[in-house]
Design a protein around this ligand. Structure first.
Ligand SMILES: [Zn+2]
Length: 318
């Protein structure tokens, strides 16, 4: 098997997460299931038809509500990874004890769904810190996948947050540390003193598997931007992507990428998430073309298995 891997991960953020980001009123409990109800069956069908194994980043406090879907995911052999218990965007600003408690609660809630405990972590809003990494090391996590070295994303996010603040609105979103932008774009064993640097020594700090970006401007190659690319445009960009990510392409989606405006019937959310205006049928067509192109050169593995196959700690054991 060629040593080129691709991983598809999906953050299972519920509707209430988007209400928090966009400063909308808290959503009613009966509406909270909407994303999962539409997205999960599509995710199962779509990725089974392409024979792609998935890594699902699960929010601990949603486990009880979405138990049926999550047990089905576990039965299909998908990796269930930890996306914290509370999905607090400013996790890194909490005390070390509170961060540890939140990650541990997520770990326990998610671990109860399958026979194996989670070994992978992604922090909400790509907001990672060296403290969070040290806690993951203490808890025995093999990898983290939170670094998103993508200046255009942070410029857009900073502009939206600044505008919302000026206009008196509320958002629970929080900016990632600027060091994220100088982190490597390929997987690396993170330094115990600086999460954005490669470790020069043997360490228990997890391997960091950054989310995929294109070189140059570091255009994000994640679900929300993937459905803006039609097949011919993607084919033009693909050689550059391949050159920049020779070992692993780490593709990130969110559950909301598998629904559209018709499913949600929520005009205020569509205003804030214009990608919802693209129909699921159209998105499906674009995702499948892109995933098939990548699948010709890369073997799809879960992040856990890709991390094992890459074996980045090997060099320290010589
Ligand atoms: Zn999330």
């Amino acid at each position: 098997m060629a040593r080129r891997f691709a991983s598809v991960s999906i953050d299972l953020d519920s509707l209430w997460c988007y209400h928090e980001i966009h400063g909308l009123e808290p959503c009613e409990s009966e509406k909270e299931d909407i994303i999962h109800q539409f997205a999960m069956p599509r995710i199962f069908d779509f990725f089974s038809s392409l024979d792609i194994p998935l890594t699902l980043f699960v929010i601990g406090k949603d486990v009880r509500r979405h138990r049926r879907f999550l047990l089905e995911a576990s039965r299909l052999g998908y990796e269930l990874a930890n996306h914290t218990f509370s999905h607090t965007y400013g996790l890194r600003d909490l005390s070390k004890q509170d961060i540890r408690e939140d990650i541990k609660r997520g770990h326990e809630a998610i671990g109860e769904l399958s026979s194996t405990a989670p070994v992978g972590f992604r922090t909400p809003g790509y907001n990672i810190s060296t403290t969070i990494m040290s806690i993951l090391a203490e808890l025995g996590y093999a990898y983290d996948s939170s670094v998103f070295p993508c200046p255009p994303y942070y410029m857009a996010k900073g502009a939206v947050m600044g505008w919302r603040k000026l206009s008196g609105g509320k958002s629970r979103s929080s900016m990632a540390l600027p060091q994220t932008l100088i982190a490597p774009t390929a997987p690396y064993v993170a330094s115990p003193r600086a999460f954005w640097k490669r470790s020069a020594e043997a360490t228990k700090t997890p391997v960091e598997i950054p989310i995929c970006t294109l070189p140059g401007l570091r255009f994000p190659i994640i679900g929300t931007s993937l459905h803006l690319l039609n097949a011919p445009t993607f084919k033009v960009l693909y050689p550059t992507l391949k050159l920049a990510h020779p070992d692993l392409i780490n593709l990130e989606f969110h559950a909301i990428d598998f629904v559209d405006a018709q499913d949600l019937d929520h005009p205020r959310l569509v205003e804030h998430q214009p990608d919802l205006a693209i129909s699921w049928e159209k998105k499906k067509e674009r995702y499948s073309e892109i995933l098939r192109v990548i699948g010709k050169d890369y073997n799809y593995l879960t992040l856990k298995d890709a991390n094992l196959a890459l074996d980045l700690r090997h060099d320290f054991l010589q």
